[in-house]
Design a protein around this ligand. Structure first.
Ligand code: GLY
Ligand code: MN
Ligand code: MN
Length: 518
């Protein structure tokens, strides 16, 4: 049969190469392994490698005698053979200290040891990674995912060892290590995996467990969830390096907002003005950081009360208030989460200023309520009381402040349905797998970083508010660190938020962009 016809019998999923006539002769394959000058990637220890040993020690001591499996995950398919940019799983990034796009298919294993190390470690951490597929190997040309012909030189086993300070091995040795001595006798090893990260590794772990007699999937999954939960609760307390990553993410975010303000005149009156501003922010995220930490929200005018507005397809008009919720993720993968609301014209109208000042006041009240030993509900109640008082003063609240604040009331939540604070770090909604008792019920301690983000959201068709409020949404969101001396605003030093300061910031950026300022 002619090759053209025989290839039609390939399954549809294998037809991606129909677009290319790949050379496949043994002569060609041999030819491709010769005549290249050797290149060795440079590697040096990452700053994070000074901090991961303390994180690993706590993890090790929490799970004595168990083998812990923490995969980086694999790239998600965008369509057929095109993937989304890879971002490692958060638990993997936390315990290896690897950021950027390191490393698809890698797996960190904490292998239990008979004897504790001198530092108290009960496990040997081992990082399994793909070897370099350089020109010596057939994969150099044949592997589109790891071959250096396609991907460029990437760190290999030795390089990842230097970068992370961890013992590193070839990922092809993973399966045999995972299965070693797994069983249900007292001296046997039990396995736990961060099961959300890499379906193939999760399947492998589960098949080893089932083979060893652990046949109850629900029990196995509950054990896995405990590992994930432990990691999320450990991440609530940021070390010095994490705090510096957060600081640089916030600083870069300031530059992203600056770029938005410099492009405001190019967006104003344009049909796709919100997209112009999104692009202005996101471009800085790739220049100064790894990426954006979440989809940038650019909500002008009556888009702002739509809390998850991310289509950013609408116009930006001079009379609008413009709500931007955006955060740059550092190269170490820590993200800022900042919202500012601007008058597009550069000057708040009297109504805009009145509403803005109410939100600003509520945020300050939330911050005043934060203290070591306090809880998230302190922030919530302080912000809600302040907002209720403003709504009552404007005659909008249909009941008294006390009645609205009671559990049976809550009428004010019509204009503020979302949460007012959350942990922040490697994930924008960080530590999500933590227990309720440790998250909402946990008390503030040094090292915690979280947002305070009150707002007021008046939908354009809300007949219960004055007409002049309709179609305005305002949020002010900042990032707070708890220190031994109490809470500090991490973001206010970089991004102004008092109304006069916002106007001055807008004028300054317009001037720097060479635009006329009245
Ligand atoms: N940007 C998501 C949030 O503020 O929670
Ligand atoms: Mn937030
Ligand atoms: Mn936000």
């Amino acid at each position: 049969m002619a090759e053209n016809t025989s290839k039609d019998n390939l399954p549809v999923s294998e037809r991606v190469n129909n677009r290319s006539l790949r050379p496949n002769s043994s002569t060609f394959k041999e030819f491709m392994t010769q005549g290249w000058q050797a290149e060795t990637p440079q590697a040096s220890p990452l700053e994070s490698s000074k901090y991961t040993p303390a994180r690993l020690l706590k993890l090790s001591q929490a799970f004595p005698g168990e083998r812990l499996v923490i995969p980086a995950g694999v790239a998600k398919v965008r369509n057929n053979d095109c993937d989304f940019r890879f971002r490692p799983d958060t638990t993997f990034a936390y315990y290896t200290g690897l950021g950027e796009d390191y490393e698809p298919g890698a797996v960190l294993v904490l292998d239990p040891q008979e004897q504790a190390s001198s530092t108290g470690m009960l496990h040997q951490p081992i990082l399994f990674v793909h070897a370099r597929y350089d020109y010596h190997t057939p994969e150099f040309f044949r592997s589109a995912s790891y071959g250096e012909y396609w991907t460029g030189a990437r760190p290999g086993i030795a390089e990842f060892g230097v970068m992370t300070g961890l013992e590193s091995r070839d990922v092809r040795e993973l399966a045999s290590l995972l299965a070693k001595n797994v069983g249900s006798e007292a001296h046997d090893v039990k396995l736990r995996v961060v099961k959300e990260a890499d379906p193939q590794v999760t399947e492998l772990v589960e098949s080893i467990r089932v083979h060893a007699g652990f046949t109850d999937h629900a029990t196995n999954q509950a054990a896995d969830d405990e590992l994930h939960q432990f990691a999320a609760e450990a991440r609530m307390f940021k070390d010095e390096w994490e705090i510096s990553e957060m600081d640089s993410a916030i600083h870069a975010t300031r530059h992203g907002f600056d770029n938005i303000l410099r492009h405001l005149d190019k967006a104003e009156g344009k049909e796709n003005g919100e997209r112009i501003l999104e692009a202005a922010f996101d471009s800085i995220s790739r220049i100064e950081g790894n990426d954006v930490g979440y989809g940038t929200i650019v909500a002008s005018g009556d888009d702002a009360p739509t809390l998850h507005w991310m289509r950013n397809t609408h116009a930006v008009q001079s009379q609008d208030m413009l709500l931007i919720d955006a955060g740059i993720e550092s190269k170490g993968l820590y993200t800022a989460d900042i919202t500012r609301t601007f008058p597009v014209s550069g000057k708040f109208s009297p109504v805009q200023r009145k509403l803005y000042e109410a939100v600003y006041k509520a945020q300050l009240a939330g911050f005043e309520a934060v203290h070591i030993g306090g809880t998230y509900s302190d922030i919530h109640h302080a912000c809600m009381r302040s907002l209720c008082e403003s709504l009552a003063e404007w005659g909008v609240l249909p009941v008294s402040v006390e009645e609205a604040l009671s559990p049976e009331g809550q009428q004010h939540r019509r204009w503020h349905a979302c949460g007012v604070a959350h942990h922040l770090g490697l994930d924008v909604h960080d530590c999500a797998e933590a227990r309720f008792s440790e998250y909402q019920g946990g008390t503030f301690k040094p090292g915690m970083i979280f947002t305070i983000e009150p707002g007021l959201y008046f939908r354009r068709n809300d007949l219960l508010v004055p007409e002049e409020f309709r179609g305005i949404g305002i949020r002010i969101e900042d990032d707070v660190l708890i220190t031994e001396d109490g809470p500090v605003w991490m973001s206010k030093k970089y991004l102004p938020s008092a109304p006069d300061d916002v106007e001055a910031w807008m004028a300054e950026q317009r001037k720097l962009a060479g635009q006329d300022v009245d």
